[in-house]
Design a protein around this ligand. Structure first.
Ligand code: M6R
Length: 608
């Protein structure tokens, strides 16, 4: 998604704006630009594609100026061209925008009637035209901003500079996050604290409806009615050092291999390693007295939630209502009294997940956030935070965040089971022991399966369609395997409950559609093997991912099999994630796609 930065500085800003934009690259973007006031005139440089193109443009045509704004654009309205890139400049007003102006067509028509000449196909340009019009009508920047904000519908964060007010950046937030950073005689702004970390760790988060004026020494914030408001200054924990790939070819590869370490770190916060017990949760969420649980999230985080549902139902005997957040928020769902709700999100900024959280909170539910970014909006608005401790995840395809989400959800389900008297001490000890052993097994799997996976992925990369099947927790895992493959290799893939095979997907099976079957030797194993036979009988190419017990009992020698160690059922989804992630990763590498920033995708989806 788009990223915004800004600096009201004491010395030139364009290089620092570029550096801050680089720290937002992980979000995904397709063009970029900066604008500064240089010698009393607003000037901008923009470029299609990666930031290196903007950097070259700035080398050819440097920008002076000690105040400026910058933007990485993830196209929504209008193609990802230089012409559509931000900042948009109209009559001495420069605007960068993250979000969607829902009523832009209406505003554009109105402005065109008064003679406005639009240069781009973006929704964002209306903001610059509206402000320019109000300035021409004689309003100050402050007055124009206040009037303009009343006209906008949709989600936005904005940073604006007026050529004739060269010591102030005007900002607004209604949806996508915006953070102000306090420096020494300088002020900064960014879409997240990570973008500002080398500049300052002292930040103020704007909340929805806020807008303000940022100068070198002062920040004035107003609510939507124009009343001055105070927002706290807090210390950000974002690290200044940029995360690097180390010896790995891609962030995704590095993040896959980090999993044993980060999952182990997450566990230390949720289980008592020495005592083999789950850590008490009641101070954060009183699972003992909730009537049921609601879970909502998007994408991979939703699939983690789906797996979590099996655990909460099984170990805590809690019934779970779960849906993707983009549907959940609009279903007008009657929420059960005394239910609790969990929202799962790596970034903590996903717009639909945040809206679902607000819906539940507004209806009186106690809400918990299972998040990686503990300074995010979702974390800040939740009643209880359950961090997943995955560390910065840069690859757009989520890997280590997924297994850390699973680890935390497993521990929460066991904690809830214990609080509700649904698991006894022996069971608790046995389940926690298997969680504790998981990082070691992950390490062993990552060391052993690479050669086989590489061969399989080369084959897989030549197909156009792939099916994934599983039962129980392996069903959502099948969906996750399919999502991972399509995200980064652009191969069409679908994940299904193996029991659904005969209800439709089997029609796709032939020698051109590999079928990846996820079958740990659990209570569903025999049924899944029957489905595998049905695929094989129809000439389907089966890739069988099982464990040692499964391999020993299935006796199918015609198959390509990946054999993982035997593990407890609760740990299987984390262990079986590894071959799925590696298959997707290597298939994408063989196809030569942009693994870490796949086309059209953004890391942080801050609009609907
Ligand atoms: O930041 P979030 O966890 O809320 O993001 C949710 C999804 O956008 C995310 O999981 C997406 O599906 C990933 N690209 C999956 O790899």
């Amino acid at each position: 998604m788009c990223g915004i930065v800004g600096i009201v500085g004491g010395h030139p800003v364009s290089q620092r704006l570029l550096d801050a934009l680089k720290r937002l690259e992980y979000r995904g973007y397709d063009s970029a630009g900066v604008a500064t006031i240089s010698g009393g005139t607003l000037e901008r440089r923009r470029a299609q594609g990666k930031l290196i193109n903007l950097e070259m443009r700035l080398k050819e045509l440097p920008l002076d100026g000690i105040i400026g704004i910058g933007h990485t654009r993830w196209a929504t309205h209008g193609a990802p061209t230089e012409r559509n890139a931000h900042p948009h400049i109209v009559d001495g007003v420069a605007v960068v925008h993250n979000g969607i102006i829902e009523n832009f067509a209406e505003l554009k028509a109105e402005l065109e009637e008064t003679g406005a000449d639009f240069e781009t196909s973006t929704d964002s340009e209306v903001v610059a035209h509206l402000l320019a019009k109000y300035r021409r009508d004689g309003m100050s920047g402050h007055g124009a901003m206040q009037k303009m904000l009343k006209r906008l519908r949709g989600a936005f964060s904005l940073a604006i500079i007026f050529q004739d007010e060269p010591s102030t950046i005007t900002v607004a937030r209604n949806g996508p996050p915006l953070v102000i950073g306090h420096g020494d005689g300088e002020m900064f702004l960014g879409s997240d604290p990570i973008s500002l970390a080398p500049l300052t760790n002292e930040v103020t988060y704007l909340i929805d409806g806020d807008w303000g004026l940022v100068s070198r020494t002062e920040v004035m914030i107003f609510d939507s009615e124009g009343n001055p408001v105070t927002r706290p200054r807090c210390a950000s924990m974002a690290l200044a050092d940029r995360v690097t790939k180390g010896d790995y070819a891609h962030f995704m590869e590095k993040e896959i291999h980090e999993q044993p370490q980060v999952v182990a770190r997450a566990l230390t916060h949720y289980v008592d390693i020495a005592g083999r017990r789950v850590a008490p949760l009641s101070a954060r969420m009183d699972f003992a007295n909730v009537s049921s649980l609601v879970i909502s999230a998007c994408g991979t985080a939703y699939l983690a939630g789906l797996i979590g549902r099996y655990w909460f139902e099984r170990y805590a005997r809690l019934s779970v209502e779960i849906d993707v957040a983009s549907e959940f928020r609009y279903r007008d769902i009657p929420l059960p009294p005394h239910a609790a709700a969990l929202f799962v999100s790596q970034s903590g900024e996903t717009a639909d997940t945040l809206a679902s959280l607000r819906y539940c909170k507004g209806n009186g539910l106690k809400v918990g956030a299972v998040v990686n970014t503990t300074e995010s909006t979702i974390a800040r608005e939740a009643d209880a935070i359950f961090p997943i401790f995955a560390g910065p995840e840069i690859g757009v395809a989520s890997t280590k965040a997924f297994t850390c989400q699973l680890t935390v959800l497993a521990a929460l389900a066991l904690g809830a089971g214990k609080a509700r008297g649904r698991i006894c001490e022996d069971e608790e000890r046995q389940l926690v022991t298997s969680l504790i052993e998981m990082p070691r097994i992950m390490r062993q799997v990552l060391e052993n399966i690479q050669p086989k996976i590489q061969l399989l992925s080369r084959e897989l990369s030549e197909f156009s369609h792939v099916l994934y099947l599983g039962r129980g927790t392996s069903f959502p895992l099948a969906m996750e395997g399919a999502l991972k493959l399509k995200e980064i290799s652009y191969i069409n893939a679908g994940g299904y409950a193996a029991g659904e095979l005969k209800h439709g997907p089997i029609a796709l099976v032939d020698e051109n559609v590999p079928v990846i079957i996820i079958a740990p030797h659990d209570r569903f194993f025999d049924k899944t093997v029957s489905n595998m036979q049905e695929v094989a009988a129809r000439g389907g190419r089966v890739v069988f991912i099982t464990d040692e017990r499964g391999a020993a009992s299935s006796k199918l020698d015609t198959l390509q099999t990946i054999v993982l160690p035997d593990v407890e059922e609760i740990v299987a989804p984390m262990i079986f994630s590894l071959p799925l992630q590696l298959l997707a990763y290597h298939a994408a590498v063989f196809k030569g796609t942009d693994v870490d920033q796949p086309r059209n995708l953004a890391k942080s989806v801050t609009v609907e």
